[in-house]
Write a protein that binds this ligand. Structure first.
Ligand code: SF4
Length: 420
């Protein structure tokens, strides 16, 4: 994969040393065993894959370069570039202004844009309607477009399904920027409906199976179906694409379920299935797959607690939290500052969507074993910050610098062996 020029403030000597070593040992990324950082009284198990993905690094590189190359110019971001508060704050502190919030509500009216202003399109991509508004304002939309190629891949998949005359079902969070963008791009080619979860997929199925009054579809799925959608006609042939950051098992379950519904309704044999249900794989991105796969391996490790780092509105991070919390106490934090002391931590409860404080989150028994991972929009420097803060509470047999050296030395030895 391409190496991006990401500001050094987001890098971490510790995590870089660990990732370099793991990359060298496991070039094909097959080994999901966590990395053990053994400090004696506390043992940290780091997921094999976590942190900035391709799309996020690409967006960060373009955004910071744009700021550097355009002093004195008005630079806007359509909305949060990625779902990480520190990165967004850093951009704001360099003069970048946000046109919309994450739900698409206006912060600065588009009417204020002038020809020649720069508007950076975030990694999630944007809707065709917003692209039109930018063009109408005389804003160039190609040069500063950071839409992730893995998101564009979903749009292409939706188009391919549409060309075969299937209606596109998007499994995604209806309010999420990426899903709004995918919905917009897909709707041009085909009738499109967004389902948020299995519950909504089951509701949609009840219309397919004629178990509900078709008219109630329009209120139940208000805002989630494309213009001109005809419930009696547009659910006869369907295909599923998904937001790139959904939980892999949820997406698979929804696709399997809807396929089963079509088989039941039309009494299809195996070979006839594609008459009604598009035969495609999920459109999760590589980072979602890697990070979720690494968390499954991580939670196999006996431990006292897990810490997941990321923005509280980050979809991919919240799925990592969901996976961890079924296995052990899990604390979802946005930075090391949320670790108040060895006795107190502030963290986000994803299901209640609120930050709470928990006392005595570290057990008395030693060694304390902690699993750590982070989302695709979380800088590695924050992960290192958490490790430094936690180890500061213990009588450690070695320092973070010792661990960096161990991993760097091992990398050098391995490189020497490979070159020999
Ligand atoms: S999570 Fe995946 S789709 Fe989203 S920006 Fe990263 S690589 Fe792209």
């Amino acid at each position: 994969m391409k190496n991006f020029n990401v500001p050094v403030i987001y890098r971490s000597p510790l995590i870089t040393a660990i990732k370099n070593r793991r990359k060298l040992d496991d070039k094909l990324k097959k080994d999901y065993t966590p990395s053990l950082l053994d400090f004696g009284e506390v043992q940290i198990f780091l997921a094999r894959h976590f942190g900035f993905c391709y799309g996020v690094e690409n967006a960060i590189e373009i955004s910071f370069r744009t700021i550097e190359e355009n002093p004195g110019k008005k630079i806007y971001l359509l909305s949060e570039m990625i779902h990480n508060p520190q990165v967004n704050m850093d951009l704001k502190s360099r003069g970048v202004e946000f046109l919309m919030d994450t739900k698409g509500a206006t912060i600065i009216p588009f009417e204020k844009l002038k020809a020649g202003d720069i508007v950076i399109v975030p990694a999630f991509g944007t809707t065709l309607q917003i692209e039109q508004k930018l063009l109408a304002a005389g804003v160039e939309i190609e040069q500063y477009n950071t839409t992730c190629p893995f998101v564009e891949k979903v749009w292409n998949r939706a188009k391919a399904i549409a060309e075969k005359d299937y209606t596109v079902i998007v499994h995604g969070k209806p309010q999420h920027e990426e899903t709004r963008a995918t919905f917009s791009h897909s709707s041009v080619h085909s009738p499109t409906v967004v389902v948020k979860d299995m519950e909504e997929a089951i509701h949609l199925a009840s219309y397919i199976l004629n178990k509900r009054d078709p008219e109630s579809f329009y209120s139940e799925f208000a805002g989630q179906y494309s213009e001109g959608f005809k419930i009696e006609k547009h659910l006869e042939r369907i295909g599923v694409v998904n937001q790139t950051t959904m939980l892999a098992s949820d997406t698979q379950a929804i696709a399997d379920y809807l396929k089963g519904v079509m088989i039941e309704k039309y009494q299809l044999s195996e070979s006839q299935t594609t008459d009604r249900f598009a035969d495609t794989r999920d459109t999760l991105c590589y980072a979602t797959n890697d990070n979720q796969g690494a968390v499954y391996a991580l939670i196999d490790t006996p431990a006292d607690l897990a810490i997941v780092l990321g923005g509280y509105n980050s979809s991919n991070t919240s799925h990592l939290v969901e996976l961890c919390e079924v296995k052990l106490p899990t604390y979802f934090i946005s930075s090391q500052d949320k670790i108040i002391s060895s006795k107190e931590i502030s963290h986000c409860k994803i299901h209640r969507k609120e930050e709470v404080t928990t006392l005595s989150y570290l057990p008395e028994r030693k060694p304390v074993k902690i699993l750590i991972t982070s989302g695709a929009s979380c800088p590695d420097s924050l992960v290192e910050g958490v490790i430094r803060k936690i180890t500061g509470f213990f009588n450690c047999k070695k320092t973070v610098e010792d661990v960096i050296k161990e991993f760097e030395d091992a990398t050098i030895v391995n490189q020497a062996i490979f070159q020999h």
